[in-house]
Design a protein around this ligand. Sequence first.
Ligand SMILES: Cc1cc2nc3c(=O)[nH]c(=O)nc-3n(C[C@H](O)[C@H](O)[C@H](O)COP(=O)(O)OP(=O)(O)OC[C@H]3O[C@@H](n4cnc5c(N)ncnc54)[C@H](O)[C@@H]3O)c2cc1C
Length: 381
Amino acid sequence: MIDFELTDEQRALIDTARKFTRDRIIPVAAECDRDEKFPDDVFKAAWENGLANPTLPAEYGGLGLGDVDGTLINEELAYGCTGIATSIMANTLGMTPIKLAGNDAQKKKYLGWLASEPVMVSYATSEPAAGSDVAGLQCRAKRMPDGSWVLNGTKAWITNGGLASFYVIFATENPDARHKGIGAFILRRDNPGLKTGKREDKLGQRASDTRQVMLEDAVVPAEDVLAEPGVGFKLAMETFNQTRPDIGALATGLMRRCLDESVAYAKERMAFGRPIAEQQLVQQMLAEMAIRIEATGLLVRKAAWNLEKGIRNPIVSAYAKAYGADAAMQSALDAVQIFGGNGYVKEYPVEKLMRDAKLLQIYEGTAQIQRVVIARHLVGG
Ligand SMILES: Cc1cc2nc3c(=O)[nH]c(=O)nc-3n(C[C@H](O)[C@H](O)[C@H](O)COP(=O)(O)OP(=O)(O)OC[C@H]3O[C@@H](n4cnc5c(N)ncnc54)[C@H](O)[C@@H]3O)c2cc1C
């Protein structure tokens, strides 16, 4: 049976997230964007309100919410600011490989840490010379006789890089082996071999902290090896499969904001003696935005539902991410268009939406890489 109804609990969850967004995110979003500042107090409050790490399993102290629930929260947070929402959501990205591949001790230690304190975890595959080509990463992992590993290399564009208490780092035992050489390792922030670079000065999502993470003879004890070389690449890909619907949810939230701002403005703004909302070419842009919101929302729901039911179908996660990111970019461009000259100045909220939307087409697999993933399912290879 197909059912689009939300449960009472899910409706309550949306209410909580919507109120939180209205009271805590929207009031600080413009300032955090301007000053490139992540509001730690907002993250702490999100954690206290059960809006961070929603899918952390109950047996490790988490709320144990479903994947659909997680996307409902992310959509609401993104309505307020995708930069802040990305940083909150990045904890789910960071904890997913531990959920998928961690042993019980690792889950107790690291998932338990996320459940008991408002701390952050970062996920790091990307490097200065390897983003889309994850199998081409160069960060080296060397096995020591005592079972520990030593990591050397640089990770790039790491969300919450300067704020995280621990990191899931993907590194290779042998770069020539490409995907067959990659493993995953948990590193604590206080590891003497780990340093973080300067905060990246970004186009959009400027509230979110993005940095390089440098590893110089960083020793990982045997108990913090998450995936031995050989199985890390698969783990990274499955993590993306599980978190791409969340990017679609961010896109939906951003588009809802575009539409609300655009409708309100179009009803007020007069041209040729009447509100621009009465112009059919403006109405067309509004109608297309509404279609994209609905279509992305449905793709996200299907992709998250698949995950909840244990149905493995990465193509649908890729659809939700690819379509949602492009839809958000187009909707934000149209919102700026509807605002005209006012759309181009920072006094109005839509130029930020346009800058923020662009990142949705880049991180967690670019727009092109989603097509590669989808096409591979269609034609093989
Ligand atoms: C703000 C921000 C936050 C990020 N957060 C994280 C994070 O937390 N953790 C993390 O690991 N990474 C993170 N990233 C990195 C992000 O995932 C990469 O930037 C992204 O995967 C693209 O890699 P790249 O920048 O090396 O681009 P490249 O791989 O160099 O690609 C450049 C262009 O070539 C195209 N291209 C590349 N290969 C192909 C192909 N086979 N077919 C068609 N086109 C292709 C791409 O689509 C793109 O248009 C973040 C990036 C940003 C900007």
